[in-house]
Ligand binder design. Structure first.
Ligand code: UD1
Length: 421
């Protein structure tokens, strides 16, 4: 069980460049199944989840390579429609392979994703959307979903929540449908826009991503798209995490290779907390206050609201702020596992259901803590950077799912962080 050892109290200084987005690249990798040809994808982060997605592609017969941030997938050689159960169990979001595999091959066997560290992860919206397009889905197959569709048909699909994964799965399933698919109340996240750009680069007629209505003109048969070369957008959550790292240490950091619009709600919350942020083109500079200020109420929401993935990092910052802040988690019901660990470090946080009341303390103290999920793990690292003394963050496997070489990057900004295996 690897751990990170952080010696806190050092002001971070320097510059850092942000890699490609995990949540953008995963659906794009799934989309490579549609192209019975070659996709070259650039700016790819070296992450555990990306490696699992590549393993899934190679287990279903694709030829895959990953070097120097460039992934090449040749999906002309698919020879299986079964998503390996052990890989699906390692990465809940492997359900994203369902839509494109169904579109390309007309059938899929995939295991039902169970709950995970941040609560139950239902897929009812994915399945309802696919069923309305004509997919037959048997979900009573010993924890497996067996899905078939001779020919999917375009349909008007109304999501009762703008689920990111359901929007992506339906977009991908509709590419070879007969007729047009319209997704109403679609998710508006930048990763959805990136997926649309990737699809249109392959010759799919898709529009509306970034708004609440997405339209895809199904191509019917033959099932073939153009080869494509594509570069993934930078990771807004990783950028936000390093912004908090600067904010929480009273640091002085330039963050390069970002799309500032994607960070608007994070920039606004961090400014309210007393950080000084200047945006220049594709980079920003953030200097942290001596001590952060409390914020009124931050509510996590679908984009363009404050991202649920930034809730845990923000809570770490607010735990050290002057005054009392309120954070309301509206997206996932069980996303406060970092709170108990932060309290071991001296934080004063009261949880009432989805509401966290955070009374800032002057100093956190180093402690022996456990990472329970990806963003919670990031929040403990951030708290450790600000704390007095040494913090040992145990079980950091979650961190490697979403942050590339975090210890090296923080060390390059002057932090004292080392990994112990
Ligand atoms: C994606 C992101 C994740 C982020 C989340 C919300 C990826 C790989 N992961 O996850 O980092 O935190 O968006 O921005 O992109 N829901 C249902 N039924 C469904 C689907 C979802 O009830 O069929 C609920 C979920 O339980 C949750 C909410 O909708 O409460 C949001 O989930 P969703 O937007 O689907 O998140 P993911 O796509 O799983």
């Amino acid at each position: 069980m690897s751990k990170l050892v952080v010696n806190g109290g050092i002001r971070l200084k320097g510059e850092i460049s942000i890699d490609g987005s995990k949540n953008a690249i995963l659906p794009i990798l799934a989309a490579t199944l549609l192209n019975a040809g070659t996709c070259v994808i650039k700016n790819c982060p070296q992450l555990k989840d990306v490696n699992i997605a590549l393993k899934i592609l190679s287990m279903v017969g694709c030829k895959v390579s990953f070097e120097n941030g460039i992934i090449i997938v040749d999906s002309s050689t698919i020879n299986s429609t079964e998503i390996p159960v052990d890989l699906a169990a390692e990465m809940r979001s492997s359900i994203i392979f369902l839509g494109p595999m169904l579109a390309r091959c007309g059938k899929v066997l995939i295991s039902f994703p169970g709950g995970c560290e941040i609560g139950p992860r239902p897929i009812d919206l994915h399945l309802k959307g696919l069923r309305s397009m004509g997919a037959k889905i048997l979900d009573a197959y010993g924890g497996f979903l067996y899905c078939t569709a001779e020919q999917l048909k375009g349909y008007d699909i109304h999501l009762n929540y703008p689920s990111v994964g359901a929007t992506e799965n339906i977009m991908l399933a509709s590419v070879f449908a007969e007729g047009e698919t319209c997704i109403y109340n679609a998710a508006k996240e930048p990763e959805i826009v990136d997926l649309q750009h990737f699809l249109t680069a392959m010759g799919v007629e898709a529009s509306g991503a970034g708004t609440g209505v997405i339209t895809i003109k199904g191509k019917g048969v033959p099932k073939r798209l153009r080869d494509v070369e594509y570069s993934v957008i930078p990771d807004r959550i990783v950028a936000g995490t390093y912004m908090v790292a600067s904010g929480i240490t009273g640091g002085d950091v330039t963050i390069k290779n970002i799309i500032p619009d994607h960070l608007a709600s994070v920039i606004s919350a961090l400014r309210e907390a007393g950080c000084k942020i200047k945006v220049y083109g594709k980079q920003l500079h953030i200097s942290g206050p001596k001590r952060a200020e409390a914020v009124d109420i931050v509510r996590t929401l679908p984009y363009p609201g404050f991202p649920t993935d930034m809730q845990a990092p923000l809570v770490a910052l607010l735990a050290t702020a002057r005054g009392t802040s309120i954070v309301i988690e509206t997206v996932f019901e069980n996303r406060y596992k970092h709170v108990d660990e932060l309290m071991k470090m001296g934080a004063n946080i009261t949880l009432e259901g989805r509401i966290a009341v955070i009374k800032g303390v002057e100093k956190l103290k180093g402690a022996f803590v456990y990472a329970r999920d990806l963003r919670g793990a990031a929040s403990l690292v951030l708290a450790g950077l600000a704390a007095e003394g040494q913090t040992v963050i145990n079980d950091i496997k979650h961190l490697d799912r979403g942050y590339e070489k975090i210890e090296e990057k923080l060390s390059s900004l002057g932090a004292s962080v080392r990994r112990e295996v």
